[in-house]
Design a protein around this ligand. Sequence first.
Ligand code: HEM
Length: 465
Amino acid sequence: MTELSRPDDGNQADERSGSDASSAERPPGPSGLPVVGSTLTAGRDGLGFTDTLVAYGDLVGYDAFGEEIVAVFDPEVVETVLVAESDAFVKGAFEMALGELVAPEGLAFTEGEQWRRQRTALQSSFTPDKIRGYADEMVERTAVMADGWDDGEEVELGDAFADLTLRILTRALFDLDFDAESGAVVREAADAIHGVVDRFGLLTFLPEWVPTPVERRYDRAMTDLDAMVDELVAERRTQSADSEGDDLLSLLVAAADAEEVGVKPEEVRDQLVTFLFAGHETTATALTYACWLLAGNPDARERLDAELDAVVGDRDPTFADVPALDYTERFIREALRLYPPIYAIYRQPKEDVLLDGYGITTDTTLQLSIYGIQRDERWWDAPDEFRPERWTDEKQPDDRPEYAYFPFGGGPRHCIGMRFAMTELKLVLATLARRVEFERVTEELDISMGLTLSPGDVEVRVRDV
Ligand code: HEM
């Protein structure tokens, strides 16, 4: 376990550091250009930049987006920050800048008691029983989508899965049939946020803006999104006077009306927006990579088909099948290892601390590199290869640290939707594989590090099976 020590606890993390985190050596790293630091490189070519950083060590300091950043490539340090000493860190300025754009009072961005109260209240929508209740919806929506494709049709997977996962999410969590128009409002808001973030870098967008087309688009999109969310809440408020639903939207509306401890009235909008965003884009991105991998790996496809023949047969999969879908699970795990949709997690220490002997001050943003660690050859043989079979029980090396793999984060703030997402990923993949095959039209992915690890446009040709 990596030792963490604060300046006043007299605890020495290692000889190099001395006892004072404020004066301890900073981690080595690239110097970048004066003023802009490494912003240009990090922003333009995130993957290449991550490769460059790894060469400096397990903790690497650099300046970008107007911030001091320390990239972390050591799974033990990740565990310290996310789990063992999670109370010593907050999400910090880097994350809050994004929170301000999306939903500052939503679960993903709040801290302390407010976060704890919300997490407890919202957890009830993600129990195993609840997930079981969402499973049929996941399969049915996927079947409708696949049945709508013609044999030989070319499909852009990113758009198709964004639409699908949004429909599944809103039906499952909010008991809503999201029409194309509502879907378009959410997608436009997501695209507009990407536009603002891409243009300014993650932190530098907050100062007063000169209104440019990008910001005007963002303002318009958020106004439309807020109007839609207000309408949904008002409608549900009227309905819940007659009947009591137990979906998340009804719970939020009821809790807010009753002013119960849990979610406050002014937080309802931000919770809805948080789940609309956090719950669909990540899963859509994961499915896009998974189906592109499926198209390019005939052996894996054969093994997946063999498992589905044995477990599912000619019907569609159900929740009861999920525990027996071992290979499907390995396939998804491996896709999330190679292409983690959330490729880094950000934290800031509440007080100056020592990590691995280096001084990390309160104005430093720690960037826990999911992407870098999940492709580190110290923990993974042939790390850049897609090998679902590496997840067989007998091949788990004993010396691989737990946090060499953390696509859903870890500790108290791990992804609240993890079970939802894993069930959805397995059931959607299995439902699709029973109906269609994919041929790659896009041979090379155009990966970029935006808010998620974007694969660019991914076109495949669909063939009926
Ligand atoms: C493949 C799909 C998904 C991936 C890779 C993913 C990844 C993550 C990660 C890494 C975190 C931790 C962030 C941090 O510690 O700073 C997180 C948090 C979160 N995720 Fe997910 N997620 C996925 C799907 C979902 C789904 C389906 C939902 C909701 C239905 C969801 C809702 C959330 C929320 C609300 C948080 C914040 C939790 C908190 O701070 O207490 N995610 N997710």
